[in-house]
Design a protein around this ligand. Structure first.
Ligand code: F6R
Length: 585
């Protein structure tokens, strides 16, 4: 959420611009770049996407630059609210929320500082000027010590060819390149440019120059920074011939599942078994799509392990004061590992003595630092804001965890990647997408393991196409929502469990008898004549063991949501108002 890029050395402006393009999935309502040019800071910033800056880049020249692509929290997406915020000797970009900004703003206004934006971030640049007496690092130290909340900052000073970065609960990485150093919100933006990188810890400040990087604590004690190699793999962040990342990433699901299962080694299995001793309940947590995979994990674990397991939305887990202790295993699921609500839920669990497992797609993420055991998802970089391949990877990882904790491998797991590849070729997905676009609302229903998939199908459709919809347990529709069904609505039933097929078929009939249109996504053995006969679309899935079906049944839903977005003329990779890696609570 908000992308930060900085560079000292070489063609800094172009490098920062390239980095911002790669970081755009973190926010895309406005963007800007500041560059140090012969002792002056020059800034361009605009509402809109990073590409809005391209035409003016030639007017910027210098060897130190910082840039930002924004997801607005305080103040609308406008030219003035766009970062960087430059004033006096400094320019600043910020990711996070400064909670005590209004009292500091009042103080600064009383001292004669004038504000141009409505953002919380602008106080930082004025604080830097207030505390600056020729010592850049000291001004940064005194500034960060005033801030409460969360921040990753990248700061340019007119008096030196250096950039300072600081971290408090929002990610920032420094990278070493050839004749230059970088700062970035995320590793993929450094791939191909930086050779090695260091992920700042909370409470650290770093100063980077053309040929050096120094790391300090917030009270300026010098600290060690161990740089690790940056994988040069860039294909993850390239379209490779696909029109959109969403299409590319759905097609990468078989590899995501396969790589995740291969990465689950003996060490991980043993560590999980050790952690599980004395556990008598399991709570899985996450947000959005990750919450849906957590739900699937809870359904499977409760059944396989015979231990109470439930999923909690990460923000609610703390809001409602969920009770837990040393007998609780908390499994936090997150693609980015940086989602503030999920990371804070994991910290909350730790503070109460619970054992914490992180299931993440990003090895260096904040969530991994909180966890006792990390279970890797190996979906590869996910660029599209809507999660697709990471969801399937997460479920594969959770099934591996269930297998490890129960001491029994989940049936059929070794064949799931090829089943995904088969489902990618399913017929009638285009027809389903067209039906979506012709409906006033789309209701997704399922029972048991099909219910979280119904929720995920609904989330995917609304976030990329803006077509309204809801996911429901199939048995719950008749308790109220059935009132919304008419001939303009479409209901999509997901049916993969033979034991529940007749019941969900009955729910489908209840919808049809009220004039509602229906579509069906079902395993071959769950499809009856009655179910297929009046369905507008019937997508047949290969039969597979019950716990594996959520990995494959979601694929036609993801792809149909993608196609619906394209039919509606929306950009599925960058849905309005959203961003990936939600680092604010
Ligand atoms: C929806 C989507 C979001 C994320 C959620 C959690 O397609 O991508 O709902 O799943 O913001 O993100 P992570 O998994 O990074 O914690």
């Amino acid at each position: 959420m908000c992308g930060i890029m900085g560079c000292v050395g070489g063609d800094a402006v172009q490098k920062v611009y390239r980095g911002l393009v790669k970081l755009e999935y973190r926010g895309y309502d406005s963007a800007g770049i500041s560059v140090l040019s012969y002792g002056n800071i020059c800034t361009i910033k605009k509402a809109g996407m990073v590409s809005q800056l391209e035409r003016e880049l030639t007017s910027l020249n210098g060897t130190a630059a910082i840039g930002h692509t924004r997801w607005a929290t305080h103040g609308s997406p406008s030219d003035l609210n766009a970062h960087p915020h430059a004033s006096g000797k400094f320019s600043v970009v910020h990711n996070g929320i400064i909670e005590n900004y209004s009292s500091i703003k009042e103080e600064l206004i009383a001292e004669g500082y004038s504000f141009k934006s409505e953002t919380d971030s602008e106080i930082v640049v004025h604080l830097l000027n207030k505390y600056y007496n020729g010592d850049f690092l000291m001004a940064v130290k005194n500034t960060v010590q005033r801030l409460k909340g969360t921040f990753a900052l990248c700061i340019l000073c007119a008096d030196c060819n250096l950039i300072a970065v600081a971290r408090s609960r929002n990610p920032i990485i420094i990278g070493r390149g050839k004749g230059c150093f970088y700062a970035s919100s995320d590793m993929p933006a450094l791939a191909g440019d930086a050779e090695s990188a260091y992920v700042l810890k909370d409470g650290q400040i770093a100063v980077i120059g053309e040929d050096r990087a120094e790391v300090y604590g917030f009270t300026l004690e010098k600290q060690q920074a161990e740089f690790v190699p940056v994988a040069a793999s860039q294909t993850d962040t390239q379209l490779c011939g696909y029109p959109h990342y969403m299409a590319k990433e759905i097609n990468e699901i078989p590899a995501a599942v396969k790589n995740t299962l291969s990465a689950f080694g003996k060490d991980c299995e043993n560590a999980l078994k050790g952690l599980y001793c004395g556990v008598n309940r399991i709570i899985l947590t996450g947000c959005g799509t990750a919450y849906h995979s957590a739900m699937t994990g809870a359904y499977v674990m409760e059944e396989v392990l015979g231990v109470p397991a439930r999923a909690e939305i990460a923000s609610e887990l703390r809001s409602r004061g969920c009770v837990m202790g040393g007998d609780t295993l908390l499994i936090a699921v997150s693609q980015s590992g940086e989602t503030a609500d999920t990371v804070e839920a994991a910290r909350y669990a730790r503070e109460r003595g619970a054992k914490v497992v992180a299931v993440t797609n990003v090895a260096y993420s904040a969530l991994n630092c909180v966890a006792d055991v990390v279970v890797p998802v190996r979906a590869g970089t996910e660029v599209c804001v809507a999660a697709t391949k990471s969801y399937c990877g997460q479920i594969a990882a959770l099934l591996a965890v269930a297998g490890a904790l129960s001491g029994k491998r989940i049936d059929g797991l070794e064949d799931i990647a090829s089943a995904c590849a088969q489902v990618l070729k399913c017929k009638y997905v285009h027809a389903l997408a067209r039906l979506f676009t012709q409906s006033s609302g789309v209701y997704f229903i399922g029972r048991g393991v099909d219910y979280p998939v119904a929720l995920e199908g609904s989330l995917k459709l609304k976030e990329v196409s803006y077509i309204p919809g809801e996911g429901y347990p199939a048995g719950e529709l008749k308790h109220g929502t059935l009132a919304l069904i008419d001939e303009n609505t479409l209901s999509v039933a997901i049916i993969t469990d033979r034991a529940l097929a007749a019941k969900t078929t009955a729910s489908v009939q209840q919808i049809r008898s009220r004039g509602g249109k229906t579509a069906v996504i079902a395993s071959q053995s769950c499809i009856s004549k009655e179910l297929e006969k009046d369905a507008q679309v019937c997508i047949k899935l290969p039969d597979c063991p019950k716990y594996l079906s959520p990995i494959i049944s979601v694929i036609p839903l993801q792809y149909a949501a993608y196609l619906a977005a394209v039919i509606c003329g929306k950009n599925p990779d960058k849905p309005r108002n959203l961003a990936k890696s939600v680092t604010v609570e």
